[in-house]
Design a protein around this ligand. Structure first.
Ligand SMILES: *Cc1c(COP(=O)(O)O)cnc(C)c1O
Length: 234
């Protein structure tokens, strides 16, 4: 395991370096945050990165995530982000154990998260997932319905509407990739201008292992990277 954790730490440094380079090229005005996507990977891998200073971890599968949260949840300042599909019978657990949810695409889910957020916790940070390329099988609200949903959700207590998340379709070219990310950035600005609490709306969660450079070039503020840090998933 020592050897394997060195490898992961190495990978993590490489990803931080790529983010830094991309940010210099894009002349970013705010630093881009790295969300380390630890889905399907064991708690010791999360701990190895935590010990180096990584604080934000992304999870897709509730059972898998809860085991890690139980094991590591008391670590200072560790932040858990739920980025997977949300079934409505799971909202209470998500509201109880997570700091962020990136994958909300319906008012009903947001309302349940708000109602079920325990009082002792601060507001749950929330991003709307956008189906940016209008793919029929994919989660996310349609771009044309997103502004209305955002205005409705920002009235709910116990939530803080932070921004948008998307997973663009696999692109055939870098231009196509950049175009999807830019259309998300346009939508982000458009929605922000319509919100009462616009100052809370500061997060554009886009970019993964294969396309974080394009995402940062288009204005990403948070990239979600799994396989380039932790290795391929089985
Ligand atoms: C798995 C996953 C990621 C990470 O993808 P990689 O290509 O492994 O970096 C990012 N976002 C979401 C929503 C995911 O499900």
């Amino acid at each position: 395991m020592p050897h394997e954790s060195e490898k992961i730490i190495d990978n993590w440094h490489n990803v931080l370096h790529r983010i830094d380079q991309a940010c210099q090229t894009a002349d970013c005005d705010t630093p881009v945050k790295l969300l380390a996507v630890s889905k399907t990977k064991p708690a010791w891998m999360v701990k190895a990165l935590y010990d180096k200073g990584q604080r934000d971890f992304g999870e897709n599968y509730l059972q898998d995530a809860l085991e890690k949260i139980e094991a590591l949840g008391t670590l200072d300042e560790i932040h858990w982000h739920f980025i997977g599909q949300i079934q409505s019978n799971k909202t209470a657990t998500i509201a109880q154990y997570f700091d962020w949810v990136h994958s909300v695409d319906r008012f009903k889910i947001a309302r349940r998260l708000s109602e079920q957020r325990p009082e002792r916790l601060s507001a749950l940070n929330l991003c709307l997932q956008i189906n940016i390329d209008n793919e029929p099988q994919k989660g996310g609200v349609a771009p044309e319905d997103a502004a209305k949903l955002a205005r409705e959700i920002e009235t709910l207590p116990n939530l803080r509407l932070r921004g948008l998340m998307a997973i663009p379709k696999p692109a055939n070219s870098e231009e196509q990739q950049l175009a999807s990310f830019k259309s998300l950035e346009d939508l982000f600005q458009q929605i922000k201008s319509q919100l009462k609490k616009a100052e809370d709306f500061d997060t554009l969660s886009m970019g993964m292992s294969g396309d974080l450079e394009s995402a940062i070039a288009a204005g990403s503020t948070m990239v979600r990277v799994g396989s380039d840090i932790f290795g391929a998933r089985t």
